[in-house]
Ligand binder design. Sequence first.
Ligand SMILES: [Fe+2]
Length: 365
Amino acid sequence: MRLVNINFIDVEKHEYYVAKPIYSSGALLLRNGIKLTKNFVNQLKAKEINNIYVKDELSEGIEINELIGHDELREARDNVRSQFESVKQGKDFNRAMNMVNNTVGDLLDIMVSNRDVGFNISNLRSMDDYLYEHCVNVSISCMYMAILMNYNKKDIMNIGVGGMLHDVGKIFIDDSILQKPDKLNEAEMKEMQKHPRLGYRLIADNHGNNISSTSKQVILQHHERWDGKGYPNGLAGPKIYKMARICAIADVFDALTGNKIYKQSIPTYQAAEYMYSLSEKYFDPYMIKEFLSKVVKFKEGSLVELSDTTKGIVYSQNNQVLDRPIIKILVEKSGKMIGNRNRYIDLMEDKTLFVKGLLQGDLRH
Ligand SMILES: [Fe+2]
């Protein structure tokens, strides 16, 4: 199985089978196992579904080990969307918050059973649901970091709920600002920066007693920065609440790796390098190193080029060093296509080589 960009699927040359069901606006579009046709590809393009999981000759034998899978992620996103909408419409606040707690608890149970997997969550991205998908991903990353730092279950849940609700204040920000495809002007930026306080006030005003003070601080402080240049209070270093420092890392990581209306996503390994360069300025330097060391940089099924120009597909991970996976060779460094001949390079064994970057396209002619 591999995740592939729809623009690089050529059904006239190769066979592809859908490896995870594809949904659009909540309805099943293509079920698992179905063979892709030109017609299906055009339908996906029309619905702006850009990346899909497929099984094909290149990805034979490859399984993707995810911390949280596609279906569970989708379910969590749908729950969060309906709870945020209830809150927006002024419906029973405590009921909505209980549902949020349940969703976070379900995600935590799945994570605990997959705890040996590096940080690798399924790719689920749609422009319409950006806010909800972002909240779910941030909640998961927050809990992952809290597990890494040996927090107790109650604290892990509290930070998970804080992560899920960190941007809840955005329900009060006008869509014209949230959905603006260009850079925000100064007045709009000021408006946008109100969301941590608005979220905090929302919980406080509704006497959300099923939301802990930890979660509330995460909401309020997730845009504070290590160097004191964040908002709303310009707190610096250890003055920032510990759990909010975790959420700041989770928030930026997901913002970089997810497509937004005004910005294309960047690959995980580049996001990790970029965030590393910002440690000490933006983030708690200890926490950022811990987190980045556990992030899967090159997912199974990704097409990559090695430092000696060999090209191949990521076959499986080396869980100790997540930027040195096992690669199945597809094109030798001489340029010769060797196809499916089961030759592998384990980058933990051959340390003279490293992954130079991800490749687009198919590698086959
Ligand atoms: Fe935010």
